[in-house]
Design a protein around this ligand. Structure first.
Ligand SMILES: [Zn+2]
Length: 464
């Protein structure tokens, strides 16, 4: 038996303390009272929010902010243009929502504006803002100076656009303000308990965000990790991911900048490299690509109906013989993709394979795609194809019982199991980009290290 204490403070919305009592037969998490933490969090949030008031907005001043922010992303502090600067200088801000019976006149009158000043303000507001688009429930803000005089009115009509009406000298001026998306890097460290999805769920603010993060991780590690079979209890995933905010409100994840996956005894670090054209891809710290020269599967949205084997009973002939490929059951007409760049060797009809395409690839590989209903236009012997290019469509021509693709892969003329092969890697970082890569890599790895150090310090210094 053992007792574990765990403090997790890596993500803006995650602030968890877990007391874990671990009996021999499993893990029993006991939630720790969060009231104490709530107090700490509020202070923390306020401290962090102060320098961000301009962009965070008054309504979110007490929203908890990224705990490890100091160690990661440097969001440039841009001087605020007029009229937002007025909001920053405001002595007081009031946020409210339009109700079904509110009128602008009533709202502004209630804010203490009267006489010709009110008339002028209403003119400016109604000239600029399409008041018919205002719906009950939408928010507006009123800004006051120290003398309790109204100096600004804000109405946000889209997530990234707001109207700002502010007093400038003696006049009211309306300006449409574009609200920028702020990107912050966040360190996430997840210990795999049962599934990757559930392990990440404690960090992400919504189910959609978790699904998005899991998909991104799948894209990066899909070549190296079988998420169904490789994960073990206690495996660990550390990553630095961009989080996108509009005025302090989380709107979704951006790119994963760096990650390290400890899975089933292996450690797999990756960093994202953005080339001069702005195209991002993932490499190991040595500059090797994670993208393999072969796609794992030639058919999207399919299921494996028969695996590679050296001996099995054929469903049609009843004769025991090897199955030298993988069958993918899919709807008729589903596109079949070339799993790698290559040249078409054969594209024709045969009694056994039905309509089929055979490709020769670089190195020692060739691949074959059988039982097609149709071969795609332009796919004929001698023509070049690119990875992902559609070669034909799923059918059941030749010796096939149902709609499926039979996919075979040959290495040096021998059939090999496409699901077990360690494929050769795609091209490494081009030498002309090496300096750029190293700079980005070192920055990304540093962020990962900083995140880890902060986490370790949080655990050690938690006073618990
Ligand atoms: Zn087959």
């Amino acid at each position: 038996m053992s007792l574990k204490l765990r403090l997790t403070v890596q993500s803006p919305r995650s602030f968890r303390l877990r007391l874990r009592y671990v009996p021999e037969d499993g893990v029993l998490p006991i939630p720790y009272p969060r009231a104490v933490l709530g107090g700490l969090l509020a202070i923390w949030g306020l401290l962090l929010a102060v320098p961000y008031l301009p962009s965070v907005g008054f309504t979110q001043a007490t929203q908890p902010t990224l705990a490890v922010q100091g160690t990661v992303m440097a969001t440039p502090d841009l001087p605020l243009p007029w009229p937002q600067s007025i909001a920053v200088d405001a002595d007081r801000a009031v946020s409210a929502r339009f109700r079904s019976r509110s009128t602008l006149d009533g709202i502004l009158r209630g804010a203490g504006v009267s006489g010709s000043d009110l008339g002028n303000l209403l003119d400016v507001v109604t000239e600029s803002i399409n008041v018919r688009r205002i719906r009950p429930g939408q928010e507006y803000q009123l800004y006051f100076d120290a003398a309790k005089q109204l100096i600004g009115f804000r109405y946000q009509f889209e997530r990234q656009t707001a109207w700002f009406v502010a007093r400038r000298d003696a006049e009211w001026v309306a300006t449409q303000v574009a609200i920028p998306i702020e990107s912050r890097a966040s360190y996430v460290s997840a210990e795999i308990a049962d599934s990757l999805h559930r392990s990440l769920a404690q960090f992400a603010p919504s189910n959609a965000a978790v699904a998005d993060l899991v998909a991104k991780i799948g894209d990066i590690y899909g070549w190296d990790v079988d998420f169904q079979y490789d994960l073990r209890y206690g495996d660990r995933l550390d990553l630095v991911v961009e989080e996108r905010y509009v005025e302090g409100k989380f709107i979704g994840y951006g790119e994963i900048l760096a990650a390290e996956f400890q899975v089933n005894g292996r450690t797999l670090p990756v960093v994202r490299f953005r080339d001069p054209d702005g195209i991002g891809s993932y490499f190991t710290p040595d500059g090797e690509s994670l993208r393999r020269a072969f796609l794992r599967s030639p058919v999207k949205y399919s299921r494996i109906s028969s695996r590679f084997s050296n001996r099995r009973v054929h469903p049609v002939t009843g004769v025991a013989r090897a199955h030298r490929g993988v069958d993918y059951a899919a709807d008729p007409g589903t596109p079949v993709q070339a799993t790698a760049d290559g040249v078409v060797l054969e594209a024709r009809y045969g009694a056994e394979p039905g309509r089929y395409v055979k490709l020769r690839h670089g190195g020692s590989y060739s691949s074959i795609y059988m039982h097609l209903s149709r071969i795609a236009d332009g796919v004929s012997p001698g023509s070049e194809v690119r990875q992902g290019q559609v070669l034909g469509y799923v059918g059941k021509t030749g010796n096939a019982t149902g709609y499926h693709l039979h996919y075979g892969l040959l290495q040096g003329g021998n059939y090999v199991d496409p699901l077990r092969l360690q494929f050769p890697a795609a091209d490494p970082v081009p030498s002309e980009h090496w300096g750029r890569f190293v700079a980005q890599r070192d920055d990304a790895m540093q962020r990962l290290q900083d995140g880890r150090a902060t986490r370790a310090a949080a655990i050690a210094g938690g006073g618990l």
